[in-house]
Design a protein around this ligand. Structure first.
Ligand code: SF4
Length: 213
């Protein structure tokens, strides 16, 4: 029997298709984007990334003086904090010799709790990095996800970990599914399930309670 959450996933996927997330060329670019996107829109992240002029690499982040790094990433906001977070996450990556396979060889619980110890890395940033840079099957929850579950008639929980555990329990344990589903929720959240919801044409309209939150 197909579970409710899988039906939602399939409905969104049939409507929007593969959204090809994460928009990055390398795992390190995903890591940098996951830090830079904290508390800001992706368009600001893009502006910050462009200012690296194609030179975004672990070596570049580690070698740049902090003031120069701050200046480059200024369009992403909170640039003083984020420049330090970028260096911290890059140092974590360096511990693995920037070896993607070595990171992938670790167990998900171990690597996740290790990443959560890195300065500036919380649940959403850790899961974004693990899923989109390293293909670990870990579900990402963000503000769009929370808003969606507050409106749709499914009791997924109220906290980050409750919603994450609920989604992982209801969906096949599969990084590709988690990748697509998070992207689809965000996309639908920008198009329809906005702060002021715009339900006309939303692919989930028929089954939704549309609770205004
Ligand atoms: S029907 Fe409305 S409230 Fe429900 S998911 Fe779509 S946009 Fe959000």
């Amino acid at each position: 029997m197909i579970r409710e959450l899988e039906k939602i996933y399939q409905t969104l996927y049939s409507h929007y298709g593969d959204l090809c997330w994460w928009p990055a060329n390398t795992p390190f670019e995903v890591m940098a984007g996951a830090i830079l996107t904290q508390n800001t829109a992706w368009t600001n992240v893009e502006k910050a990334l462009e200012r690296f002029n194609g030179n975004l690499s672990p070596g570049q982040i580690l070698n740049l003086p902090i003031e120069e790094l701050e200046e480059i990433i200024r369009p992403a906001g909170f640039y003083r904090q984020k420049s330090r977070y970028l260096k911290a996450v890059t140092e974590w990556f360096m511990k693995y010799d920037y070896d993607i396979d070595l990171i992938k060889s670790r167990s998900l619980p171990d690597i996740r709790s290790e990443l959560l110890q890195v300065r500036g890395v919380g649940n959403e940033t850790a899961d974004s990095i693990l899923l989109y840079a390293f293909d670990f099957p870990t579900f990402v929850v963000d503000a769009y996800t929370m808003r969606f579950f507050n409106r749709f008639p499914i009791n997924a929980g109220k906290t980050y970990m409750e919603v994450k555990n609920f989604c992982e329990g209801e969906l096949p344990r599969n990084a590709e599914v988690y990748n697509h589903f998070h992207a689809l929720i965000v996309h639908n959240g920008k198009k329809h399930c906005k702060k002021i919801m715009d339900c006309a044409g939303c692919p989930l309209e028929e089954h939704c309670e549309k609770i205004p939150v």
